[in-house]
Design a protein around this ligand. Structure first.
Ligand SMILES: [Zn+2]
Length: 292
């Protein structure tokens, strides 16, 4: 089974009206990324996945931080509605700002909606991931077996603090909450080595490979670091839709050794690449999907 652990909820149930379309050139260097997209766009882009994990990010000012057009208060309902349309193939995560009043009330409501994990992006949400209230929220997630997928590493958004996204912060969290299941997105790019040494030591901390294949040298270095530190089994497939699709993510990983032509540099073993693509992500995160 192929699980894409990192996709963003499409913004529109129906085709996107011309006036509502948004495209940005800062998400990848080879083409613009359209951040407005329909349910059908999502289905086409993730067709190679049997199951997707899908979420929004609850940000106070989406236009400023993520270029998304919806209101933050709709973030979790939009995800729940999208998951309900195909619950066998979609697992929804909710998002809250743990520092805001009402975060726990919203978390309870989202669990009742069937959302099974949490997406946090302290940089886009502008909260200190080691603040007392954030730690209290992780305790809640640990207690209720809610995995957290953290945005980790680089972002082109000027207002989003990079210091909130460093994998060594995730190590601090994992030290305090040993049973909390966490995914560090993008292998924390460009801090992949720091991510690898973090996921290696914590049994319940994983990383996803979303977007790393957009930069061939970063991708090669990141995967080779995981090979050399013996933790490719802790890597999960992700596309970061709408930045890429699942098939593109798989092809990008399988092409990682192409840049080695004419060199004596070590290859990333094909076996390791297939292990990532076919990883038991749901088992790792304690999730179940109704799809057989
Ligand atoms: Zn993402």
């Amino acid at each position: 089974m192929i699980v894409d652990v990192h996709t963003h909820t499409p913004t529109h149930r129906e085709p996107v009206p011309t006036g509502a379309r948004r495209s940005y050139s800062h998400w990848r260097t080879d083409r613009a990324v359209t951040t407005t997209n329909s349910w059908a766009d999502f289905a086409a882009a993730t067709a190679k996945a049997d199951v997707v994990i899908v979420f929004n990010i609850a940000v106070a000012d989406p236009e400023r931080m993520t270029g998304l057009p919806y209101a933050a208060e709709r973030a979790n309902d939009a995800t729940a509605e999208f998951v309900a349309a195909d619950p066998a193939a979609r697992i929804g995560f909710f998002s809250v700002n743990p520092l805001e009043a009402g975060a726990f009330t919203e978390a309870e409501r989202c669990r009742e909606l069937g959302l099974a994990g949490v997406k946090l992006a302290p940089n886009y949400q502008d909260f200190d991931p080691l603040a007392d209230r954030a730690l209290a929220f992780y305790a809640y997630c640990e207690r209720h077996a809610l995995p957290i997928l953290f945005h980790q590493g680089a972002s082109p958004i000027r207002h989003a603090p990079l210091r909130y996204t460093h994998p060594l912060v995730a190590d601090e969290i994992a030290l305090r909450f040993p049973a909390l299941r966490m995914v560090l997105a993008h292998m924390g790019h460009p801090w992949a080595t720091e991510t690898v040494v973090t996921i290696r030591k914590h049994p319940h901390v994983y990383a996803d490979v979303s977007s790393i294949y957009l930069r061939p040298w970063v991708c090669y270095q990141s995967l080779l670091a995981a090979v050399e530190w013996g933790c490719t089994a802790k890597l999960l497939l992700g596309s970061d839709f709408p930045i890429a699709g699942t098939g593109e993510a798989m092809a990008g990983l399988r092409g990682v050794n192409e840049i080695l032509a004419g060199t004596a540099l070590p290859r990333v073993p094909e076996r390791a690449i297939e292990e990532i693509i076919h990883a038991d992500a749901l088992g790792a995160l304690g999730l179940t999907a109704s799809r057989p």
